[in-house]
Design a protein around this ligand. Structure first.
Ligand code: ZN
Length: 244
């Protein structure tokens, strides 16, 4: 079985479409997993929700998705993010809202836990250090865990002696999922933050037991023009060129 693992689309239709095209040209997948933040920051929330639903995904809610449906306070977001969330509320349909309302915060499936932030704090925690990974393995009930939120491709695994190590996770080599426990972030589709502006996602091949990062160039200039036309904060446009 082949799984596409994507996170943090953030209403970036150009990036998301390029990723879907890339998946298709790689032979397609059997399952589609999305780790939240479908909307927020970007200029095409409704189109991205529609396109996502066409993939019949297993999808969980991110902090931006929850804020758009009024389940998180805007006070917890930085001013640019809050402004984009307010704008997004005006753009999406009732049906879009119902879809976002239907998304759970945690799902356990096929040996994986899927969530947006971390096992101990599924919505908000940025799981980016060995220290936070080590603490979070204690909250994990499955062997593997997939997270989003930081928009950075990351791979932590817990060795048999309990030590946690961070392994380089990039497009050059796939990582074997062994009997050791892992926490994995596929990077961000719509607003990558690892210094590489290309959209990031992962493909997991359960037969081979390998998960691999894929990076996809897309026309971010088109997204930038849309962000400016929508009068969304300028910073949200600039960062797409730099992948930060
Ligand atoms: Zn996000």
């Amino acid at each position: 079985m082949r799984y596409a693992v994507i996170a943090d689309i953030h209403a970036n239709l150009e990036a998301f479409s390029a990723v879907l095209q890339d998946i298709k040209s790689a032979g397609g997948v059997d399952r589609f997993w999305c780790l939240g933040d479908v909307v927020g920051y970007g200029p095409d929330p409704s189109s991205c929700i529609k396109l996502l639903r066409e993939q019949k995904p297993v999808c969980i809610a991110g902090n931006h998705d929850l804020a758009v449906i009024g389940k998180l306070s805007l006070k917890d977001f930085n001013p640019d993010a809050a402004e984009a969330i307010k704008w997004t509320v005006q753009q999406i349909t009732e049906d879009d809202k119902k879809y976002l309302e239907s998304l759970p915060r945690v799902i356990e499936k096929d040996g994986f836990t899927l969530l947006h932030g971390s096992p101990r704090e599924p919505v908000w925690e940025y799981l980016i250090s060995i220290g936070s990974a080590m603490a979070n393995f204690n909250y994990l009930r499955t062997q593997y865990c997939l997270v989003g939120h930081s928009h950075k491709p990351l791979f932590f695994h817990q060795q048999m002696d309990g030590n946690v190590v961070s392994i380089p996770f990039n497009e050059t080599i796939g990582q074997v999922l062994s009997r050791e426990r892992c926490i994995i972030n596929p990077g961000g589709v719509g607003q990558p933050r690892d210094g590489d502006p290309r959209a990031s996602y992962a493909i997991y091949d359960s037969q081979a037991g390998i998960i691999k990062i894929h990076r996809v160039s897309y026309d971010y200039k088109e997204t930038q023009v849309k962000i400016m036309k929508a009068n969304l904060p300028l910073k949200l446009s600039i960062r797409l060129a730099n992948g930060v």
